[in-house]
Ligand binder design. Sequence first.
Ligand code: PMP
Length: 455
Amino acid sequence: MTQNRNESPSYQLYDRALESLVGGVNSPVRADPQPTPAFVDYGDGGDIVDVDGDRYRDYIMGYGPLLLGHDLPDPVREAISETVADGPMYGIPTEIEVELAEFVIEHVESVERLRFVNSGTEATAAAIRLARGYTGRDKIVVMQGGYHGGHESVLVEGNLGDRGPSSAGIPETFAEETIPVPFNDDEALQEVFDRHGPDIAAVVTEPLLGNCGIVLPVEGYHETIRELCDEYGSLFILDEVITGFRVGGLQCAQGKYGIEPDLTTFAKIIGGGFPVGAIGGRAELMQEFTPMGDVFESGTFNGHPVTMAAGLETLRFAKDHDVYSHVNDLGKQLRAGLQDIVEEHAPEYTVAGTDSMFKLLFTREAPETFDGHCQAGCVQDPDCPRFDLCPKTGADVEAGETDRWKRTFWPAMADRGVLLTPNQLESQFVSYAHTEDDIDRTLDAYQDVLSTRDR
Ligand code: PMP
């Protein structure tokens, strides 16, 4: 990092931005790390270079959309340019949105119809409205530590007995209808259904918690959700905004874990780096959306041709070039190497992740004895000797030393040219542009930081 931050171009830009943008940024997480977040100059493969001239191996990857890294391959770039050249958008149907829908339907078993929107937030808001319209019920169940975007129905914290909005400006009545439960906890879910079953429109969950460390599902948890939803006539909404077309490859996390949702929300990767969201599910449910049904959903930019072209060519490229083998192998290499380092230098920490997602969690007590090597990235298996030590809920992750992450660990990694998410709770991603050499050098940085005073 540039030595004198006060004179750096990032400092100057941030100072200027504070006079025109709220908090100097357009999304709150970008204000970190304080006192001066770096401003990007350009992306280059698996790296980004900031306006101070510092180069970092980038594992933020746009918070998930950039499966292929920063340099779009020629076919993706060409499809985008050709679509833009015809005119940016029309508000009238185009073939490309049909093609992307067909691609998703071909690969994701639970999806028969789609509606494209412009963000993950819009997708979950519309899916929840659809579930409420279809069932005629108001209550939804969400996971503590889960994230579904920034709208009123999901910005709720607490538990069955005591809950409220997690943001100012949201009426208490929204929290009455949204019930958070701990992830992976069958009994808590059963209790909510015992109490409110006939009023529950939907259970909304990510396949794994991807915004609260990374918390993998314990085997059988999604089946419990499915069974309770079937028993009470509620819908199961699976939020694959992060995991869609990343975890489990083209079949998504629902294919990998055998989850059978009624509705799925997508975003991030299906837009190839452009603003996108989508709701998918069985035709019989999806036709409740306008213009076929009575659940209103509409958007000027829905199915934006440039986004559709970027998303479709990204997914086609991923399919044709074995992108998932590459990113998943690198993810495995990174998690296994990190696990070795952690066992030697920081046994109280947990290596979390799967496929191309990874995170080091500053959690739990050190195991007194541990016989065997952790298969970091496994499905949580009760027979694993480490099972009890793996975080199961959002609260397990939040109880960790999240402060240490920001205070010492993140800057020490950045000093060594590795860009992690500044927030301990957000996931990190390996991209197609990363190489084995990148992973080795990243592991050197972890080794250096975890074995020295920076820890
Ligand atoms: N759902 C999940 C699982 C997410 O991770 C996110 C964003 N990280 C959202 C919904 C909201 O998506 P967006 O930021 O595109 O509105």
